[in-house]
Design a protein around this ligand. Structure first.
Ligand code: NI
Length: 181
């Protein structure tokens, strides 16, 4: 296992549309997943997409601690570390909400991003079995952020008010706003 180098905004791999994974159980993909898990743990982030470690394949890992959930009546159960292969998202309903986001590939910054409030996730896990998961609020936001990486999209491209793009340190100081990725 290895901690991998994280690509930063401006690297072409982050603008590429990633390719689907043919065989989730192949040794190459299993090693990639192990390395991504170690890289995410090392970074202290919530989610990581394979293009962020310079691998243009449709693989995402994420896990959300309970204290980041449970707002506005959402379920507060932590989301355990999950591996998503070839994930697909579909909005459920029309409702969108605006919330803070940050990204390991855009270090130091944060911004307010509109996202679907409720989505359906379909993916395979590392054993090749299917995952069907409904997500709401912050959980849905994390999934939309991570899956955007697979289509070469970073959160600033989703922002509708660039005046909210700020250094996280300043934002914490002046508005108490925290964002994580
Ligand atoms: Ni990100």
């Amino acid at each position: 296992m290895a901690v991998l180098k994280i690509a930063r905004m401006g690297h072409p791999v982050l603008r590429q549309v990633a390719s689907p994974v043919d065989d989730p159980k192949s040794p190459r993909i299993q090693t990639l997943i192990e390395d991504m898990i170690e890289t995410l743990a090392d970074s202290g982030g919530i989610g990581l997409a394979a293009p962020q470690v310079h691998v243009p394949l449709r693989v995402v890992i994420y896990g959300i601690p309970g204290e980041r959930l449970g707002k506005e009546g959402e379920a507060a159960d932590p989301i355990p570390l999950s591996v998503l292969i070839n994930p697909r998202l579909e909005p459920l309903g029309e409702e969108m909400e605006v919330g803070p986001e940050a990204c390991l590939s855009v270090p130091g910054l944060m911004g307010l991003v509109p996202r679907w409030r409720r989505i359906m996730l379909r993916a395979l896990n590392q054993d090749g079995t299917s995952i069907d998961r409904e997500a709401v609020g912050f959980h849905a936001r994390v999934l939309q952020h991570e899956c955007d990486h697979l289509d070469g999209v970073l959160y600033p491209q989703r922002m509708t008010d660039l005046s909210t793009l700020s250094f996280a340190e300043e934002s914490r100081r002046y508005s108490g706003q925290e964002a994580e990725d």
